[in-house]
Design a protein around this ligand. Structure first.
Ligand SMILES: NC(=O)c1ccc[n+]([C@@H]2O[C@H](COP(=O)([O-])OP(=O)(O)OC[C@H]3O[C@@H](n4cnc5c(N)ncnc54)[C@H](OP(=O)(O)O)[C@@H]3O)[C@@H](O)[C@H]2O)c1
Length: 327
């Protein structure tokens, strides 16, 4: 048996209940993992509200770390007793123990503790694929400007540090002066408090009117239009989230008018579809973290039983950096 946070219908934080669930043995290609810590992500909010629909009842959670208890037939990269961490489908990490596909579970280097492992996999692999695998025509090179929204959040603070290590000139946005200060202290060259300043005007000013090569936009509805205006000709609008709501439908003609722009909507799960790709990206992330280039800030911890408060804080924009649920 395992304690697990489940929902029986989509809705507010009150839908999440701690339940006792049966956990079996891993089947072919699966492992059973006993969690040491669980990562909180904005996708958990979309799963809870129903923006992304789940079959019911559903255990939430896409990220965790722990100790492998058993492996199923055909699993060769893990064995019982291994320290491990993951970002993966299907949801289910808000639990003490679970059975899950082994494909996206990676051995955790000894130098990385369980809390950090649980905080960094989904958010760190996302920063990895955005900065390294989601680039404009001709790629990104040292000195290029990029705009990264919600730069003081979980994905944001990892991306800020990584972009600096890559020599990129990152302009970040955040919803308060304190958040802007924090992101700057970790390497954002410029920060704009978009709750009181027009980020489009600031980007034009900072780049001398030229605009940025890429906008990484996880805010969605509220930032979409102005983000397109921040791009230089042939620039890339990389949409990857909907914290303020989904981007409304738009006419592609607008992309021509604004400078022959490119638009993409990315999701981590396409990038980590295979064991090989997952491990390659995770190795890059582990190297960035163990070398000290990227520090994983865990600014909030909640016991698993207080998951409702954790969701409320995330949705109310009261968090910075990563948040974990403790067991
Ligand atoms: N597609 C993918 O592969 C992928 C993978 C991971 C994450 N994501 C997306 O990336 C984003 C960041 O994820 P995260 O888990 O690290 O969360 P987070 O950035 O720690 O939290 C979301 C942040 O979005 C900003 N925000 C702007 N408008 C908001 C609104 N109306 N309501 C709530 N927040 C708002 C807030 O920062 P300010 O107060 O500074 O505005 C808030 O702190 C999310 O949109 C998530 O869905 C996408």
């Amino acid at each position: 048996m395992s304690k697990a946070v489940q929902i029986r219908q989509h809705g507010g934080p009150e839908q999440m209940e701690l339940a006792d669930v049966q956990v079996g043995d891993p089947g072919p290609g699966e492992i059973r993992i006993r969690h040491k810590a669980v990562g909180l992500n904005f996708i958990d909010v979309y799963h809870r509200t129903g923006l992304y629909q789940l079959p019911m009842p559903a255990t939430l959670g896409m990220e965790g770390s722990g100790i492998v208890e058993a492996v199923g037939q055909g699993v060769t990269h893990l064995k019982a007793g291994d320290r491990a961490a993951y970002a993966s489908q299907p949801p289910g990490s808000y639990s003490e123990v679970r059975v899950m596909p082994a494909k996206t579970v990676c051995k955790l280097p000894d130098a990385i503790d369980f809390d950090t492992g649980a905080a960094m996999m989904l958010k760190g692999l996302t920063a990895q694929y955005l900065l390294k695998r989601t680039q404009p025509q001709g790629g990104l090179k040292e000195g290029d400007f990029v705009l990264f929204h919600a730069a003081a959040g979980g994905v944001g603070l990892i991306a800020v540090q990584w972009a600096k290590a890559m020599g990129l000139r990152l302009i970040g946005t955040a919803g308060s002066d304190e958040k802007c200060q924090l992101a700057k202290s970790l390497g954002a060259e410029f920060m704009v408090n978009y709750s009181k300043e027009d980020f489009k005007d600031k980007v034009k000013e900072i780049t001398g009117g030229k605009g940025v090569k890429v906008v990484y936009d996880s805010v969605g509805k509220d930032t979409w239009d102005k983000s397109l205006d921040c791009l230089s000709p042939f620039g890339l609008m990389a949409s990857f989230g909907n914290a303020s709501g989904p981007v409304p439908p738009f006419a592609p003609g607008i992309l021509g008018v604004k400078g022959s722009l490119y638009v993409t909507r990315q999701t981590l799960f396409t990038h980590i579809a295979t064991r090989e790709a997952t491990q390659q990206m995770a190795d890059d992330l582990f190297a960035a973290v163990t070398s000290g280039k990227v520090k994983i800030r865990i600014d909030q911890k909640f016991p698993l039983a207080q998951v409702r408060e954790a969701h409320q804080a995330l949705e109310a924009r009261k968090t910075t950096g990563c948040t974990i649920l403790t067991l």
